[in-house]
Design a protein around this ligand. Structure first.
Ligand SMILES: [Zn+2]
Length: 279
């Protein structure tokens, strides 16, 4: 748990999945990335589904929800989904019931971030967190409704359209102040209208990078994934936020790193690098 001012932050793990290592490391040759990460017989690497929980000022705010329970069998196999943990279990471990969640910030609508927002009961969709408002960027919503051929596999309409139809979504435009000490930023390089939460309530500011930097290995500027739709823009955004993270001593929390959840960074020889791992 990380304490920052009036907020306590629990970095929950809501499952694991696997993606092709080549896709995760884009233009980086395998001889380089395979020194850092092991891949399986199908060249997949294990990744985390991190869903941070922010508690304070009478709010219980969940950031992303993992893959959820609706994914079809074929995709579960392709993505090697490990259901030994899910978002409910992760919450239970810290003594929180789904009914207590007041807000869910969905960083973007890729299935591995939004899938846990809804479940199917008696043929009907229902929100997993019945009392929560679900914050979604309008730009991302519009994009997700009609993605390109390149990224359409990442979006499953049943993961997000029912949130709109059920009237539980809070569709927002651009940067905004969520609550006192919690700010939301927007980037467009990974996917248009991705949002990032900064909790900066006095000490230990904590920044949830989402897929701007999926794992600690992606801190070097040129280490980006093949899923990043607008790579040149992403690289600019990464530099901007890493510089801010260094100057303001932010703790960075990664969405998909199974080993390193949170770090502080500093300048390295060529790029920023990890200076301190936060346990
Ligand atoms: Zn993504």
């Amino acid at each position: 748990m990380i304490k920052t001012g009036n907020y306590e932050i629990f970095i929950l793990e809501s499952g694991r999945f696997a993606l092709d290592g080549g896709a995760v490391f884009g233009l980086i040759p395998k001889p380089l990335w395979s020194k850092l990460v092991q891949s399986d017989e199908r060249n997949r690497i294990t990744m985390n589904l991190t869903t941070p929980l922010v508690i304070g000022r009478n709010r219980k705010i969940l950031i992303d929800t993992g893959v959820g329970s609706k994914l079809e069998e074929k995709l579960r196999k392709i993505y090697k989904i490990d259901f030994n943990f899910d978002v409910r279990k992760a919450l239970k471990d810290v003594g929180i019931e789904p009914e207590e969640i007041t807000d869910v910030v969905v960083t973007h609508l890729h299935f591995d971030h939004v899938g846990g927002c809804l479940e199917v009961e008696g043929g009907q969709f229902r929100p997993v967190f019945p009392r929560a408002r679900y914050f979604i960027q309008r730009k991302q919503l519009e994009w997700a409704k009609s993605p390109t051929e390149l990224d359409r596999a990442s979006f499953i309409r049943e993961n997000f359209m029912p949130l709109i139809d059920l009237g539980v979504a809070e569709v927002v435009d651009g940067e905004f102040q969520l609550y006192d000490g919690i700010k939301v930023f927007v980037t467009n390089g990974h996917t248009p209208g991705q949002q990032h939460v900064l909790v900066e309530d006095s000490i230990n500011p904590v920044f949830f990078v989402a897929d701007l930097i999926p794992m600690s290995y992606h801190i070097p500027t040129t280490w980006i994934t093949a899923f990043d739709l607008f790579p040149v823009e992403l690289v600019k955004e990464k530099k901007r936020f890493l510089t801010a993270a260094y100057k303001n001593n932010w703790i960075l929390v990664f969405p998909h790193d199974p080993d390193v959840r949170a770090v502080r960074i500093g300048p390295g020889q060529k790029y920023f690098e990890v200076k301190e791992v936060i346990e």
